[in-house]
Design a binder for this molecule. Structure first.
Ligand SMILES: NC(=O)c1ccc[n+]([C@@H]2O[C@H](COP(=O)([O-])OP(=O)(O)OC[C@H]3O[C@@H](n4cnc5c(N)ncnc54)[C@H](OP(=O)(O)O)[C@@H]3O)[C@@H](O)[C@H]2O)c1
Length: 297
């Protein structure tokens, strides 16, 4: 879990259609300055493959391609069935890549059960400590934040965060972001789910909180719907060769976003997603066109 300095951040979009930039795009975590490749890897459903050896090997192949392409952040949760064990097996097979940024969650209504759950999660991953622990969906958030801040103060955790998704409980997320010393917030954001633009993304920028974007493809519903339509010619202006890349480029062009974490079962898709962080990103006018076009399909 060594610090990796990869790529160059582009935190402000200048006027003009698009800006060329070196690949892969990396963004600074505001609370530390550590640079983070802007495409991570989710694991909900996609890595919940149980004991099926062939499917586990496919997950390991996805992880291998992810690290080979410069990826660092893998995100999971005790909520995701066998995903944690599948990640642990994959990491062991790959020799525990130094680049890993291990992002996990605590997910229990009981504050007192939090530390034991975190220990079990650590055992499943086979890591000494996590880089980031997040309170999943704000469940038991007050007690868990105390636990996580104490772990961070004791050097047993590097970053503390909270998560939500699909626009849930943004009022409470906003209150916690405003009052607690968070390193990360995780939320849903894509060209058709833009509620976070109203208050959470500006607040994250103001408070110096890194933003992880979950559900970039609405768990695949968005990409499946768009795949019925041709990719517009103007997607080529920013080097997007698929709907998935156009969506990810839309997300990463939002300056408050630190990393997006699409999940996939496919090596070609993880490569495609990582490649979205290379080349150009859309400017404000083109982002508007992407959102309008996708929203109308
Ligand atoms: N509250 C929370 O904390 C919370 C909530 C939701 C999600 N999350 C996190 O966010 C991660 C991402 O969200 P998600 O898993 O809900 O969904 P997602 O990343 O929006 O979508 C995943 C789906 O997209 C497909 N896909 C991936 N890359 C693709 C590509 N290049 N082209 C076409 N299809 C592609 C995958 O199918 P293939 O397998 O065929 O590629 C998969 O079915 C989760 O895995 C989890 O780690 C956290």
């Amino acid at each position: 879990m060594a610090t990796a300095a990869l790529g160059t951040a582009m935190l402000a979009l200048p006027p003009g259609r698009a800006l060329a930039q070196p690949a892969p795009l990396a963004r600074a975590i505001p609370s530390s300055g550590e640079r983070m490749p802007a495409i991570g890897l989710g694991s909900w459903i996609t890595f919940n493959v149980g004991n099926d050896a062939a499917l586990q090997a496919e997950c390991t192949a996805v992880m291998a391609a992810f690290f080979a392409g410069g990826g660092r952040m893998i995100d999971s949760s005790p909520m995701y069935g066998s995903s944690q064990a599948v990640i642990g097996r994959g990491l062991a097979t790959l020799g525990h890549p130094d680049a890993l940024f291990a992002a996990e969650k605590v997910w229990t209504s009981s504050g007192t059960n939090g530390p034991a759950q975190i220990d079990e999660t650590r055992r499943l991953w086979g890591v000494e400590r996590f880089d980031l622990l997040q309170v999943h969906n704000l469940l038991g958030w007050e007690a868990h934040l105390d636990t996580l801040q104490a772990m961070k103060a004791a050097g047993r955790l590097r970053y503390v965060g909270i998560t939500t998704s699909e626009g849930r409980r943004h009022d409470l997320v906003e209150q916690i972001m405003a009052r607690q010393p968070l390193d990360f917030v995780q939320l849903s954001y894509n060209p058709v789910d833009r509620e976070a633009e109203q208050r959470l993304l500006p607040l994250a920028a103001e408070r110096g909180i890194a933003v992880i974007v979950n559900r970039p493809f609405q768990q695949g519903a968005l990409t499946r719907r768009l795949d019925r339509a041709p990719l517009p010619d103007w997607a080529a202006e920013i080097g997007a060769t698929s709907w998935a890349q156009l969506i990810l480029k839309f997300i990463l062009a939002e300056p408050a976003v630190t990393v997006a974490i699409p999940a996939t079962t496919r090596v070609d898709h993880v490569r495609e997603n990582l490649a979205a962080a290379g080349g150009a990103l859309p400017d404000r006018e083109l982002r508007g066109r992407i959102a309008a076009h996708i929203g109308a399909l």
